[in-house]
Design a binder for this molecule. Structure first.
Ligand code: G
Ligand code: G
Ligand code: G
Ligand code: NA
Ligand code: MN
Length: 252
């Protein structure tokens, strides 16, 4: 069996899993949202999420894969709400999704079919993925934004950041890339970059999330810099839904 046909089978037969990783608000000290990250468990040879996504993009499976991810995220969002957690879930969207001419319509229909649980889904896109097809990506994001879906710019500060392009996007949140966060306590240069990025993003009206926070010292620095939210192993690794519920109920 080729990996592509295995993946197709997994998409159709609930062989994939969507894990959740929480974000902590440094202002309120409470969990304020989750990122959904896809996993392929039960496979003899583990496949990394980025490999899986690349495979799906190459083989045309990204469309049904994204449909599954969104359905699963909407389902989880509803279950979280039933349990009293009103926070949203962020889903990563691939460049090829944004190129589909009817993607925004498809997303709106899907959300309507989960009517009671509509809302609370944010889309994360990377600058790099937008660059492959800036005009169509921008069109798609504008339609999604018009439909009420918040947009977050992922991995900010990695690759080529073009602020003149990003400022045209209907985004409300910026996620600073892990590469700028992971050595924050040791590297004065990174502190300068991150502090300046946070100030600039705030001046432009964005909420700022720091990715890849692994220790208390980094949290303290980000708190001093006025960062809004953090995400990373310091809180927890991405967890399956039920484990995330347990983790949440263990929080003070
Ligand atoms: O969780 P992990 O570090 O393994 O994720 C690796 C990469 O895969 C990240 O860049 C993440 O954005 C991407 N990724 C994880 N889940 C999804 C998904 O459901 N859809 C898309 N498009 N990308 C995802
Ligand atoms: O089966 P359903 O009624 O949900 O499909 C609604 C429309 O959305 C159909 O035209 C279908 O082909 C389309 N569709 C299904 N999945 C996707 C997807 O991932 N992306 C896009 N752009 N359209 C999709
Ligand atoms: O979508 P994005 O490219 O931001 O994907 C986030 C990736 O980072 C996921 O694969 C997730 O598992 C991983 N991740 C989340 N928190 C941490 C962390 O604190 N340290 C490291 N090294 N990776 C993390
Ligand atoms: Na991402
Ligand atoms: Mn992300």
């Amino acid at each position: 069996l080729t990996m592509v046909s295995e993946l197709r089978h997994a998409i159709d037969n609930n062989g994939l899993a969507l894990y959740l990783q929480p974000k902590l608000s440094l202002k309120s000290g409470t969990i304020d949202g989750f990122e959904a990250l896809m996993r392929w468990p039960g496979r003899e040879q583990p496949v990394r999420a980025d490999e899986l996504i690349a495979l799906a993009e190459q083989s045309g499976l990204i469309k049904p894969l994204t449909r599954w991810v969104l359905q699963e995220a909407l389902e989880m969002r509803g279950r979280l709400r039933d349990l009293g957690f009103e926070t949203g879930i962020a889903v990563n969207i691939s460049p090829n999704n944004l190129r589909e001419p009817d993607f925004a319509v498809f997303v709106q229909r899907l959300m309507q079919s989960y009517h009671s649980h509509t809302g609370g889904i944010t889309f994360e896109v990377t600058e790099t993925s937008m660059m492959q097809d800036p005009l169509n990506s921008l069109k798609a994001l504008n339609s999604l934004h018009a439909a009420g879906i918040p947009i977050s710019i992922d991995d900010f500060g990695s690759g080529y950041s073009s602020l003149s392009y990003i400022k045209q996007l209907p985004a409300s949140e910026i996620k600073i890339d892990r590469s700028l966060i992971s050595d924050l306590s040791d590297r004065e240069q990174d502190r300068v970059i991150v502090r300046t990025t946070i100030d600039m993003c705030h001046s432009l009206g964005y909420t700022v999330v720091a990715e890849g926070v692994e220790d208390e010292a980094t949290l303290k620095l980000l708190e001093e810099m006025g960062c809004d939210l953090i995400q990373g192993y310091l809180l927890t690794r991405p967890l399956p839904f039920d484990e995330m519920i347990n983790w949440l109920s263990d929080q003070p």
